[in-house]
Design a protein around this ligand. Structure first.
Ligand code: 3PG
Length: 306
């Protein structure tokens, strides 16, 4: 059987070496498709694959149709909005993610981003300290929890909103619970977004929430660009000249944002939240282990299309 690792943004070499060891050790063949720029290359590479490991690579219905032997897709990472779940489910293909494996890397980036924006993007001028500021966490999952812990260690007052997490669990971490999304935004000097991109959340963060944020507030987005209503973001930034936006996923309108708002906005040049050797190794090896464990033993523990 053949396992294809298709990564437009490749894993670190140590992660690829580890994946190879696991896949070949289980008696399977490993195929690597890295840094591809043409979708046709992915369509050709999946044709004889039994398993597929990806990062943010788009596993569309077309890719699924081209992969007639495919049994499992593992998204080495948290968000699986890049995988057409319906197309996979229809073919009986199991889809998994590797929750938690790259969370620390993303959480560390959030801390860096807050400091970067508080210090004028590391250019001359008087900045501010993040200690003592209010940090709001929108969605208290694997990343949100670590961001909360780091925020507290830096002396921030941390509050979170997540309808799927008990207030008691947040209280046990020393984190206050916001009663509503509105309360969270209205009381956060820094707001760190950790919601997935779903039909319910797409474009859900817009003018009303952003313009309600306290004076000088910063929105930090290491989640997905799709959750932002960009027209609402632009309007809020126009009206509130004190608001700031930093993102790890460039907006559709990023060049306009930079042109209009200068240092009040920043986007990394390529999504780098999970770009650490550690995260690549954790997520890559977990993906390889999960693929092998499913093909050999039928273990579906991390299946997301049940
Ligand atoms: C995730 O959902 O795990 C992160 O967004 C990381 O995505 P990446 O593997 O494309 O860097």
């Amino acid at each position: 059987m053949k396992i294809l690792v298709a990564t437009e943004k490749p894993f670190a070499k140590a992660a690829v070496d580890g994946i190879r060891k696991i896949v070949e050790g289980a008696g399977y063949e490993l195929a690597l498709l890295e840094k591809y720029t043409d979708k046709a290359d992915l369509l050709a590479a999946v044709a004889d694959a039994d398993g597929l490991i990806v990062r943010s690579d788009k596993v569309t219905a077309e890719v699924v149709a081209a992969a007639q032997r495919l049994k499992i897709v593992v998204r080495a990472g948290a968000g699986y909005d890049n995988v057409d779940l319906a197309a996979c489910t229809e073919r009986g293909i199991v889809v998994m993610n590797t929750p938690g494996q790259n969370s620390n890397a993303v959480a560390e980036l959030v801390v860096g981003m807050m400091i970067f924006m508080s210090r004028n993007q590391f250019t001359p001028g008087t900045g501010a300290e993040i200690s003592g500021k209010r940090l709001g966490i929108h969605a208290y999952g694997n990343v949100g929890r670590i961001v909360a812990r780091y925020g507290k260690a830096l002396g921030m007052k941390v509050k979170a909103f997540d309808p799927f997490v008990d207030a008691a669990a947040m209280a046990a971490d020393g984190v206050e619970t916001a009663a509503s999304i509105e309360e969270l935004y209205a009381t956060s000097d820094f707001l760190s977004l950790h919601i997935p991109a779903t039909e319910q959340t797409k474009k859900s963060i817009g003018y009303a929430l952003l313009s309600s944020m306290p004076k000088g507030a910063t929105l930090v987005n290491t989640a997905r660009k799709e959750v932002i209503d960009e027209a609402g973001l632009i309007r809020a930034l126009e009206e509130r000249t004190d608001l700031k936006y930093i993102t790890d996923i460039a907006a559709e309108a990023q060049s306009l944002l930079c042109e209009k708002f200068g240092k009040r906005v920043f986007a990394t040049s390529k999504k780098m939240g999970a770009e650490t050797a550690e995260a690549n190794i954790n997520a890559g090896l977990a993906a390889a282990n999960q693929t092998v464990d499913f093909l050999q033993n039928g273990n579906r523990r991390f299946q997301v299309n049940k």
